[in-house]
Design a protein around this ligand. Structure first.
Ligand code: THU
Length: 130
């Protein structure tokens, strides 16, 4: 699957975001090892600290669906600086994705332009128990 197709899935998931407090909508899409796509969006709460980021919602949905190996992740959020995943999400992604896993990032109005990095570049020395 092309990065732009995975980004399109993230952009579609972003539309389902529950973000009435920040008004900042985020969508994430994981490409599974068998070329499936599992998405997530941010889910905010009136008790702000209970908010869950789009990336972690996607990981949770994937694990619940029995998928735990991923070839790539795409993240789409509102305009401005590219929506790099927060530190907590990087660590959660590192539980299931290798350091060389591509991370594609784009603004919500993206027209094919996106940034490409890797999880290892975003989180060197991720914490591991092994
Ligand atoms: N957010 C994400 O969904 N992913 C990130 O990596 C960083 C932030 C969400 C959480 C919250 O709903 C909103 O963006 C503003 O912080």
């Amino acid at each position: 699957m092309k990065p732009t197709e995975l980004l399109a899935a993230a952009a579609a998931a972003r539309k389902h975001a529950h973000a009435p407090y920040s008004n900042y909508q985020v969508g994430a899409a994981l490409l599974t090892e068998d070329e499936g796509v599992i998405t997530g969006c941010n889910v905010e709460n009136a008790s702000y600290g209970l908010t869950i980021c789009a990336e972690r919602v996607a990981i949770g949905a994937a694990i619940a669906a029995g998928k735990r190996r991923f070839k790539a992740i795409a993240i789409v959020a509102d305009g401005g600086p590219p929506p790099f995943p927060c530190g907590a999400c990087r660590q959660v992604l590192a539980e299931f994705c290798r350091p060389d896993t591509p991370v594609y990032i784009a603004g919500s109005g993206y027209t094919g332009d996106y940034e490409s990095t890797t999880l290892g570049a975003l989180l060197p020395h991720a914490f591991r128990m092994d």
